[in-house]
Design a binder for this molecule. Structure first.
Ligand SMILES: [Zn+2]
Ligand SMILES: [Zn+2]
Length: 249
């Protein structure tokens, strides 16, 4: 083993031990920004925070797309969704994208809290949510096999923070009825087919007649949230709004 690989091995071993909770290792291995991994703090450094805030954009009031217009061309042409409106904090790029990757693939759970706070503050400040009486938050569920692999559902982490900061109750009212292949390499129409009937409402009586906020980390084609909204409406939900950290462009 060469010097550098020995060093990497040492670092990754420490990472493993730190995850178990060995706080005393902070002396040997000082905590650093969870995103850029520099500095000596436990969460997000000022630079990374500023870069994430810069990703904020105001999107289409109906679908959240960042086209520079308050109503995008597709929605102006009569795009029909099962939800009332979709909102994303910012563009899925740069520091925001990196932060979401660190949360999901680096499994930095605490980033869910930090990013959830940023999302909560922007929701509290945005027009559609100020005028609507939302009663519950529903995180978009992960399939149990992916949940086991990751150890947590990032949408649930965000929903928990929104619940505390905005005062809505969290309802685990949706579940994945079947596993779906990743949407990443699929076209828009294929994505809609891929997720059709992929979700089921587990507690229809707690959803009926309510205005709910569906929460996810990233919105891309909207196929997933549109399908979730469809089954929630079938179960009697009055209105379904969507909020996410980022929207792919
Ligand atoms: Zn940083
Ligand atoms: Zn739109």
């Amino acid at each position: 083993m060469g010097d550098y690989s020995r060093f990497q091995w040492f670092r990754s071993s420490l990472d493993g031990i730190k995850n178990i909770g060995g706080q005393w290792l902070d002396i040997l291995y000082p905590p650093s920004c969870l995103i850029c991994q520099t500095g000596q703090l436990r969460t997000i450094c000022q630079d990374c925070y500023n870069q994430i805030i810069e990703a904020h954009a105001v999107g289409c009031r109906r679908c959240g797309a960042f086209t520079g217009k308050s109503l995008c061309q597709r929605c102006a042409n009569g795009n029909i969704f099962n939800f009332e409106s979709a909102y994303a904090f910012g563009i899925y790029n740069g520091a925001l994208r990196h932060a979401i990757h660190r949360l999901k693939y680096g499994r930095r759970r605490i980033l869910g809290k930090e990013l959830g706070r940023i999302l909560a503050a922007s929701i509290a400040d945005s027009a559609p949510f100020r005028s609507e009486r939302i009663q519950s938050i529903i995180p978009v569920p992960l399939h149990s096999s992916r949940l086991r692999w990751r150890g947590f559902n990032q949408a649930e982490l965000l929903a928990d923070v929104l619940s505390v900061d905005l005062g809505y109750e969290v309802l685990g009212a949706l579940k994945r009825a079947r596993k779906t292949p990743s949407q990443v390499h699929l076209r828009r129409t294929e994505r809609a087919i891929n997720v059709s009937n992929a979700f089921a409402v587990t507690e229809p009586n707690r959803v009926a007649g309510k205005s709910v906020l569906l929460v996810d980390d990233v919105l891309t084609s909207l196929a997933t949230v549109n399908e979730c909204a469809r089954v929630l409406k079938l179960a009697g939900a009055d209105k379904v709004f969507v909020a996410a950290l980022a929207r792919g462009v």
